[in-house]
Design a binder for this molecule. Structure first.
Ligand code: GAR
Length: 203
């Protein structure tokens, strides 16, 4: 049966789909209980609905304050009885209020090797900086931006003829693997967090 997962997504939803596939293939002991998006047109909502998963657009503009908006997200997540919140291309910064009030850990996937290149367009930043390797990071979310404890990272080469698109595609392939692996480690209770350091039990 495993853990119940809430996924927050703003767009395309390929990481959501990868997680759904991993669950279907038995690579994650868990279930996506609910998908939430700040964008009505997010493909992620469509993917979830097509798979029979509860999926809601929660419009930030409909709330007077960020806290009121986030309170509604937390209410839905609480009702769905989730033990893990996964940000999968969720393009808003969660406030300290959300992080402190969430009853379960929050994970994020970022398309760069943190702490290098946080924020938007991690792939473009790596390319423009001239980095020779790039990759992705799955981390717990804390109150900073892309600053939480690192769970796992995957590395890809940056090639001389890479464009933002080709590099992003190479990284995305690894994102899909990394996120499922991290969620499964969490689901199995194998992540031991000590301050910034996350150790994987049994490795
Ligand atoms: C992914 O590349 C993810 O790492 C990135 O947005 C994309 C979402 O794609 N997230 C961030 O940049 C967060 N700072 P998806 O909607 O296909 O999963």
């Amino acid at each position: 049966m495993g853990i119940r997962i809430a996924v927050l997504a703003s767009g395309r939803g390929s990481n959501l789909v990868a997680i759904m596939h991993s669950i279907a293939e038995g690579k994650i002991d868990g279930k996506i209980a609910v998908v939430l998006s700040d964008k009505e047109e997010a493909k992620a909502l469509e993917h979830a609905k097509n798979a029979g998963i509860a999926a809601y657009h929660v419009n930030p503009k409909a709330y007077d304050t960020k806290e009121a908006y986030e309170k509604e997200l937390l209410r839905i997540i609480g009702e769905a009885d989730c033990q893990l919140i996964c940000l999968a291309g969720y393009m808003r910064i969660l406030s300290p209020y959300f992080i402190s009030q969430a009853h379960c850990p929050v994970m994020n996937i970022h398309p760069a090797l943190l702490p290098a290149f946080p924020g938007l367009h991690g792939q473009r930043q790596a390319l423009e900086y001239g980095a020779k390797v790039a990759g992705c990071t799955v981390h717990f979310v804390d109150e900073g931006m892309d600053s939480g404890a690192i769970i796992l990272q995957k590395v890809v080469p940056v090639l001389d003829n890479d464009t933002e698109d080709t590099l992003s595609a190479r990284i995305l392939e690894q994102e899909h693997k990394a996120y499922s692996e991290a969620i499964q480690l969490f689901s199995q209770g194998r992540l031991e967090v000590c301050g910034r350091i996350v150790k994987v039990k049994g490795e």
